[in-house]
Design a protein around this ligand. Structure first.
Ligand code: HH2
Length: 328
């Protein structure tokens, strides 16, 4: 597969002016590219074969002033890598309420840790953990269910969730893809090598990681064959990837924008941030997480999956105003 990669990115009023002058093409909301690379050749925007920006995910309204939506993580788990998982439903509901009050656009509720080496959880146990939280939040928030089990997907949707988020890209459970086709619900499809979080780090070998992830996601998108805007694609930062792979995926994130679907980035508190910033404890990685989130926003991410909603929303407010050059 040959991918077209946007280069020379411009944001804000400069992007608008260059687009109007025919010197740049919009590649994501508010973000334009002045050149595009295909194979070995680089062509100016006017000559590029580019499909235009992807539609909004799940029909969700953009944030005032633009920029990515913020997905707040609610881990109803005793063993999540980030250290913010809570096992009791009432504590998880309180955490979800706080994420919502802090400005989350979506709440991503999960009951199984997918950190490298995590022990699997049965769908029954997973549902016991998350269904009370989904039921409590679904009337007041857009809820997604973070699961790779079709039975939990069905139970989550019945409890009021609107979106499914599967780190295996609907490959772990053979019943997942037919379920999504029937339900016609929006789904987040993530890249990981294989479908077993316990084994994925042993599979962190790629030639060109960005091209291989793009190829995988393009194939999944074609296999799903859902209406535009119903699928978000996610490079799977930290899933079967080294720090070098994660950084390459962030730097060349715009390549994924050409696949025709909004892109989600989840890097919050992940290990490579700790390596880069010298912070071994996941729970102390807020600052590097926000630095990474702002970078992903500038590279065209449509959704940021984060633990620290309040801090991310604050940082995005400043980023957005600076990009636009105005407070409003
Ligand atoms: N990361 C994690 C879990 N689910 N889903 C998507 N779409 N993208 C991600 O990057 C992603 C995800 C891992 O983070 P977390 O939920 O905090 O940890 P754990 O799996 O240990 O509960």
């Amino acid at each position: 597969m040959r991918f077209v990669e946007p280069l020379g990115l411009v944001e804000g009023p400069a992007a608008r002016r260059l687009i109007e002058a025919g010197l740049a093409r919009e590649v994501a909301a508010g973000l334009a590219a002045t050149f595009f690379r295909s194979g070995d050749s680089v062509v100016p925007a006017a000559a590029a074969d580019w499909p235009g920006p992807a539609p909004a995910f799940a029909g969700l309204a953009p944030r005032a002033g633009g920029g990515p939506l913020v997905m707040g993580i609610v881990n109803v788990t005793p063993d999540s890598f980030s250290g913010d998982g809570v096992a009791a439903a009432d504590a998880a509901i309180a955490h979800a309420e706080a994420q919502l009050a802090a400005g989350a656009d979506i709440l991503d509720i999960g009951g199984e840790s997918t950190r490298p080496g995590a022990e699997p959880v049965t769908p029954a146990e997973e549902q016991r953990r998350i269904l009370p939280v989904i039921r409590a939040m679904a009337g007041r928030a857009v809820v997604s269910v973070d699961t790779r089990h079709a039975a939990t997907m069905a139970a989550g949707l019945a409890a009021g969730a609107r979106i499914l988020n599967d780190v295996t890209g609907l490959r772990h459970d053979p019943a997942a893809l037919p379920l999504v086709r029937d339900a016609r619900c929006p789904v987040i499809v993530m890249h990981m090598p294989g479908t077993d979080p316990r084994a994925m780090q042993a599979r962190a070998t790629y030639g060109d990681v960005v091209a291989e992830v793009a190829e995988h996601l393009a194939e999944r998108l074609a296999a799903l064959d859902l209406p535009p805007g119903q699928v978000a694609l996610d490079p799977g930062i930290g899933f079967g990837k080294t720090a070098a792979h994660n950084l390459a995926l962030l730097e060349r994130l715009p390549l994924l924008l050409g696949l025709g679907a909004p892109v989600l980035v989840g890097l919050s508190r992940k290990r490579f941030l700790g390596t880069l910033a010298g912070i071994p404890e996941a729970g102390r990685r807020q600052v590097p997480s926000i630095a990474g989130a702002l970078f992903a926003a500038s590279r065209g991410a449509a959704i940021l999956r984060v633990h620290d909603v309040a801090e991310t929303v604050q940082a995005l407010a400043v980023w957005r105003a600076a990009v636009r050059g105005t407070e409003a």
